[in-house]
Each structure stands twice: as C-alpha cells, then as structure tokens.
Design a protein around this ligand. Structure first.
Ligand SMILES: *Cc1c(COP(=O)(O)O)cnc(C)c1O
Length: 389
C-alpha cells in the first residue's frame, strides 16, 4: 500500500546506506561511528534508520536526546549501544539500566544518583562524561576538579565509564579557531585523564558532522554523525566536495484545485499577494500544521511537472497557493514536490531552511505527525509510518 494523496514523505533507504558508506570513507579508520538519531532521526524516523544501521559493523551505536527516545528504539528491537546526549532524570535511571541505555554525566549529583540506581539494580549504569570546552551547555570543566570528577566516577561500583566527550560550538564555520581551541582543551584533558587517573581504554569522542567533514584530526575513537546521515549539510561553509551526500527525504503532495484569477485579486489571509495579471493558481493541501513553514509565504516555491511554482500569499495551517501560470497540464491530482527532485529541478531542505529563516535541521525536525513517512528500497515501499493511521 502506498496510496497517499494529501501529503507524504519518502525516505530513500538506499541513499541513506550510501551516505553511511560515504561517511565511513571520510572517517579515520580507527574511529567508530555513532549515529545521532535524536528528535526521531531529525524527523526522518529513528527506528527505520537504526534498523538499517544495525547491520553495519562500523556503526558502534546511537545517540538520542532523551531517555524516552532510547526506550522507543529498544522497544523496536534495536540492540546496539544507545546513550543519551543530554540531561536525564533520576526517575528514568531504573528503566535505563534495564534497557542498557547510557547517560551523559556531568554533576556530582548525577554520579551519585546513577551510582545508587546501578547498585540497586545490580548493574552498572553506563555513562559518557560530558566535558564543556566552550559550548557552555552541559559538561564538567576540563580542569583539576574535572580530573577529580573522572576519578570519582571511576571509583563508583554502580557506574561504568563508556566514554568521555565534548561538543563543538563552531566547527561548521570556515574559521576553525574556536573549534581548534576546544579540541586542544579536550585532548589536553584526555591526556591528563590517561596520566593522572590511570584509566586506560576510555573512548574519547568529540566530532559532530561538521568536524567529520572538516577536521579529521578530531575523529579520535568515535565520531557522532548527525545531520550528514540524512544527506543534509551542517552549514554552507563546510567542505561539500570530498564526501558525497544525498538528501534522503522528499516531501510530496497533490494539487487539489486550480483556478484562473483575473488581475487585482488578493490571495490568502491578509491579502499579501495581489495578482498583477491573469494568473493560474493551484491550491496545495499542506500547511504549517504539517510543519511547512508559514515564513515561506510569498517566498518559497514548489515543483510541479518539473517546474518551479512560486508560493502566492500566506501559507495557511493546512493549505497554500502557488502560481502555475505557464506550467501546462496542471489539474486536480497533479503531483507536487515540496522538498526533493522533480525532473531537472530540486528543492533542498537547505534552500527552504534559508528562505524560511529557520534552519535545515529545524525544518527536518518539524515535519509533522500528519505527514506519513514511506520508506523506500529499490524504488519500492518497504515500510510505512503513519502516525494518524
Ligand atoms: C546533535 C548533536 C550531535 C550531532 O550534530 P550534527 O551537527 O547533526 O552532526 C553530536 N553531538 C551532540 C552532543 C549533539 O547534541
């Protein structure tokens, strides 16, 4: 079954696999890949993508943003390592232990709560120690107190240190000065841990997508690949040449109404577009209720029959209008591409992210629950996720 009419997203699992092999080719051979699939795999669907990565030996595991995202992966039978990148709440620790979900740790309170939960469960809570080298979000400082923190963690019987990590704030910019300073602080701290705590074999990781592409020296023991898994770019400034990535998601719909408007007619709420000449206008049944940004009003366009049709007037919650004057053969039922390719034309998440004043990451995450996801292999639909079915 793949009879979706109003709106649907196609996720190309073959392109996803090609992206992973391209990333593997870009990553230092001694580093494993951690697939960052938070926020439901940046809106693409964490479970179907994790299933693809289960069989790839170079993928060590997955990172999520919340414990609940980890639980949903385990519920779906995902078995590799999972850890949570952000804060986790003590009420979740028992379940995280049962499901072998690791946690970021960065306060003494977290260590003692996690240690107690581990001892009570008769298991070890797996932790990744977060180090703040300049992002100022979460993490211990890489200083003397930081060394004491690592020693304390290592001495807790209910804990196992699975990794030590930091996160770059500006690795996606051309000027890598700050990213390099963060990296230097991190490697110096790693060296101190090795020397002063006597802990051997710790896994150090810091590279996000931008650092994977642009800063090979940062790959260390593992890299955390996020946006590039999906064939999207961390920014315009990173190297787009050496790693071949393909966007894996396309968003499509159908025209539901076509009409001719005479000059001087206003279109949509607020009358922000007024026709200057006779105009052929198509109505498309998608809107910001689906996560299609309202800020594309009078700015964005869609592809119809391989041509660009500019958006006219405001994007409504569930519908918007586009100019199809000069595109022959548009009628009710004609396919519309909101993101993806149609003939020689392409609309990327990056283009819409820029035009809408959002951001490609944000746009992908915000694709709504009203949009069914169809997973394709060899051109065939192999799975459907329809939240409203
Ligand atoms: C989201 C996130 C990543 C992945 O970032 P990308 O830019 O998508 O590669 C890596 N590490 C941490 C800590 C994150 O929060």
């Amino acid at each position: 079954m793949e009879h979706y009419e109003r709106v649907w997203a196609e996720v190309d699992l073959d392109a996803f696999t090609r992206n992973l092999y391209a990333i593997r080719g870009a990553v230092s051979p001694k580093a494993g890949i951690i697939g960052v699939i938070k926020a439901d795999g940046y809106g693409h669907g964490a479970v179907p993508l994790a299933r693809e990565m289960e069989g790839m030996d170079f993928v060590q595991g997955y990172a999520t943003a919340t414990a609940q995202e980890g639980f949903s992966l385990r519920r779906a039978g995902i078995r590799k390592e999972i850890f949570v990148l952000g804060y986790t709440f003590p009420s979740d620790y028992p379940e995280m232990l049962r499901q072998r979900i690791g946690a970021a740790a960065f306060t003494e309170q977290m260590l003692s709560d996690m240690d107690r939960a581990g001892r009570e469960a008769g298991e070890k809570m797996r932790i990744h120690i977060a180090v703040d080298t300049g992002m100022s979000r979460i993490g211990i400082r890489p200083d003397d107190a930081g060394i004491r923190f690592v020693r304390t963690a290592a001495a807790c019987p209910g804990l196992e240190i699975s990794g030590v990590f930091t996160h770059f704030a500006e690795s996606d910019e051309t000027d890598k000065t700050r990213a390099e300073a963060q990296f230097a602080a991190f490697t110096a701290f790693a060296e101190r841990i090795r020397r002063e705590s006597g802990l051997a074999g710790l896994r150090f990781h810091c590279a996000n997508s931008a650092a994977i592409l642009d800063m090979p020296q940062t790959h260390l023991d593992a890299v955390r690949a996020g946006i590039i898994l999906y064939g999207l770019w961390p920014s315009d400034e990173v190297d787009h040449v050496h790693t071949r990535l393909e966007p894996i998601l396309s968003l499509r719909s159908h025209v539901v109404y076509v009409k001719e408007l005479e000059a001087g007619r206003e279109i949509s709420y607020g009358g922000t577009w007024k026709t200057q000449a006779p105009t052929r206008v198509a109505t498309i049944p998608v809107g910001y209720g689906d996560g299609y940004p309202r800020s594309l009003s009078n700015r964005g366009s869609v592809l119809i029959r391989g041509r660009r049709a500019p958006i006219l007037g405001r994007v409504c919650m569930d519908q918007f209008m586009a100019d199809v004057t000069g595109i022959p053969g548009v009628e009710t039922g004609t396919e519309v591409t909101l993101i993806g390719r149609d003939g020689g034309e392409q609309i990327t998440m990056e283009e819409l992210g820029g035009l809408s004043g959002r951001f490609n990451y944000e746009l992908a995450c915000c694709l709504g629950r009203r949009i069914p996801r169809l997973y394709k292999k060899d051109g065939k639909t192999v799975q459907i996720r329809d939240f409203e079915a």
